[in-house]
Design a protein around this ligand. Structure first.
Ligand code: GTP
Length: 643
């Protein structure tokens, strides 16, 4: 639609160029003087006289060059490579990381958890509430200083006072406070200040690390961790809630089978069930009365550790007699926790109370389910489900206190690292390259390729590549192999690929474990678990296609060619070929009973004879055919056969 005259006058590309070229450069009126001149160009006289007070960077650069009489021409391929290693801007370089970790170590005393203000019988609930709020506010201010003034990156620590109140209650009640940590990075999930606080409440209370998800570590890795933790005097125990749960299920299935098979009468059956439900209480009470557990839990060796044994067999490690690396069974765990809590001896007469604390998603619910032997606590894979602490009476004399999962204030190197540790939610992530680049650095390319069945194309070393895939290279290879494309673009959907890869890493499908801070490289620490992934054949899926050998009789007759066919296959052939309904059939609207009739289905076929000329009674329209159709080519398009 043409623009109205008045508006159309000043529009259009030509006008725009003229406006841009001569913007503000109106011809000076007679009498104007040239007071500020910087342009020495030999252009039109009037252009030299304009006043220049402000210039863009580019204009300034060009005019300076002009003043200096320098000529600029574009030079191609005159590139100087300053560094040939690409550094992801969301990650730290090796040197920077070292420096950051040293700063963390120097400032770790400042990483505190909020304390409950002191109170006594004279304190009113309102006063206590006010004091708690004030103390909490001060705590948040101190952490804000750490973050904003001193530029430390902290974990997204819990900012809800109510959740901290739950923790205070759990600590106050418990004889033993168990921090459940993820075996892949135990120190990241451990709060040293929590242990300090527990002792501040009561010197007799005890603390312990429950290293869950120990199934994701090899026996050697567990031994290295055990050595380190022992050297630091940190009480710990390896556990796998998932393996314990599986073992429990197996036992229950066996019991159920036995129960079904047994021919005991109803009365006996009732007694059996009652015994079954009481069994765990008896076990626990037995455990409570056990006094002779050694400091290192040597008693554990008397329990057949089904899961740990299976795992050791899989990993085939050298010295299975080293008990410190063993993954405890549920019975072991109860025994050790109870003996540890009894040692605390806070109050000999009251029930033993064990508090379970930890970050979200470290497996608290799974652990409690394993301890409980049945599903009473809901289990989820979304962080932060347990919201209020629950007191679970395992036996008349043993109580478990399950605290809501809460993130403690801790130093972090990058956001990518926090995503990999499962502390930042993957689904809300906007920047994927940081955490994916970390995964690509931690897990060798060959392992990633083997796990995903993909080929990752990396930049050749000659072109500045390092052999380690970049985040983009990994995401693209994954997205292409899975057919994930961006809607409307058709280019690989990298963010979708990233989400799947990150979830696999967090769930342990992509294996990587952090070594303790000793003289051992990450590669060396993880070499065994990576090799295991590389050489362990994936479980064979049941094929729905029968192997050829089982369906075809490979025996041949005396002529050496004709296959001997058994009666069974002959019968099968006979019934197939004699069957009227077998053979090619048409379904749908043309599925007329009877035989297939080409002319009936495609009437145009009736109009042409075999040599493609119209037949008599042709149904070609009147303007088709020789002499009529405009483009009638006669027989020109027919294949000519030489006889
Ligand atoms: N491999 C492995 N995975 C585990 C183990 N225990 C728990 N998980 C996984 O960890 C995830 C979280 O487990 P939960 O028990 O729900 O975690 P939680 O600590 O109770 O989480 P909140 O309820 O948020 O506090 C689940 O997806 C489990 O499959 C374990 O021993 N081994």
């Amino acid at each position: 639609m043409p623009l109205p005259r008045s508006r159309g006058k000043d529009t259009g590309l030509g006008k725009a160029i003229i406006r841009d070229r001569f913007k503000g450069n109106s011809r000076p009126k007679d009498g104007d003087t040239a007071l500020h001149t910087t342009d020495l160009d030999d252009g039109a006289k009037w252009t030299k006289l304009q006043s220049i007070t402000q210039q863009s960077d580019l204009d300034e650069f060009l005019s300076t060059a002009q003043l200096a009489g320098t000529r600029f021409t574009a030079e191609k391929m005159n590139i100087k490579v300053i560094t040939n290693t690409y550094q992801n801007p969301f990650l730290l370089s090796a040197d920077k990381e070292k420096e950051t970790l040293a700063r963390h170590e120097a400032n770790k005393e400042r990483l505190v958890i909020p304390r409950r203000p002191k109170w006594d019988k004279t304190t009113t609930p309102e006063q206590l509430d006010r004091n708690e709020r004030d103390a909490f506010l001060q705590w948040r201010r101190d952490l804000a200083v750490l973050q904003e003034q001193d530029n430390f990156l902290l974990t997204p620590f819990e900012r809800n006072l109510e959740v901290w109140r739950q923790l205070w209650r759990v600590i106050e009640r418990s004889d033993l406070v168990v921090q459940i940590v993820d075996a892949r990075n135990p120190l990241f999930f451990r709060s040293e200040d929590l242990e300090k606080y527990v002792k501040e409440i009561n010197e007799k209370k005890k603390c312990m690390l429950l290293i869950n998800k120990a199934d994701l570590l090899t026996a050697r890795q567990r031994r290295i961790w055990a050595d380190y933790l022992d050297s630091q005097g940190i009480r710990h125990i390896f556990f796998s809630a998932v393996l314990a749960h599986e073992s429990l299920e197996k036992k229950q299935n066996i019991r159920a089978e036995n129960e079904a098979n047994s021919s005991i009468d109803e009365k006996e059956k009732e007694n059996f069930e009652e015994n079954l439900s009481n069994e765990k209480y008896t076990n626990i009470d037995n455990a409570i009365s056990t006094d002779n557990l050694s400091e290192n839990g040597d008693e554990m060796s008397e329990h057949p550790n089904v899961n740990g044994q299976e795992f050791l067999e899989n990993n085939n490690t050298d010295d299975p007699s080293d008990q410190r690396e063993r993954i405890c069974t549920t019975e072991d765990l109860i025994s050790i926790l109870v003996s540890e809590a009894k040692g605390a001896g806070v109050d000999q007469d009251h029930k033993i109370t064990i508090g379970l604390v930890g970050y979200p998603n470290v497996g608290k619910s799974f652990t409690i389910n394993a301890l409980l032997g049945e599903k009473r606590v809901s289990v989820s894979s979304t962080p932060g489900k347990t919201k209020h602490f629950q007191a679970i009476h395992l036996s008349p004399s043993l109580v478990l206190c399950d605290c809501p999962g809460l993130v403690f204030p801790n130093f972090a190197t990058t956001n990518g690292d926090m995503v990999c540790n499962g502390v930042l939610p993957i689904d809300q992530l906007r920047e994927h390259t940081g955490p994916i680049a970390l995964i690509a650095q931690r897990i060798p390319k060959a392992i990633l390729e083997a796990i995903y069945g993909i080929k990752i194309k990396v930049k050749p070393i000659e072109e500045g590549g390092t052999g380690i895939p970049s985040a983009e290279e990994l995401m693209v290879a994954y997205a292409v192999s899975r057919g994930y494309t961006k809607p409307g673009h058709g280019s690989p959907d990298e963010s979708r690929a990233a989400r799947y890869i990150l979830k696999d890493y967090v769930n342990g499908k992509l294996p990587y474990c952090h070594p303790p801070p000793i003289e051992i490289s990450k590669e060396e620490f993880n070499a065994e678990i990576h090799d295991l992934k590389l050489y362990t054949k994936p479980a064979k899926k049941k094929s729905i296609i029968q192997p050829v050998s089982s369906t075809v009789n490979t025996e041949v007759a005396s002529d050496g060619v004709t296959p001997i066919r058994g009666d069974k296959s002959r019968e099968l052939d006979k019934s197939f070929f004699n069957n009227q309904s077998s053979g090619a059939r048409i379904t749908g609207k043309y599925s007329i009973a009877g035989e297939f009739n080409r002319v009936k289905f495609y009437p145009i076929h009736a109009t042409l004879s075999d040599d493609a000329t119209p037949t008599n009674g042709s149904r070609l329209s009147s303007n088709m055919g020789p002499g009529k159709k405009r483009h009638w080519k006669g027989r020109k398009n027919q294949k000519q056969f030489k006889i």
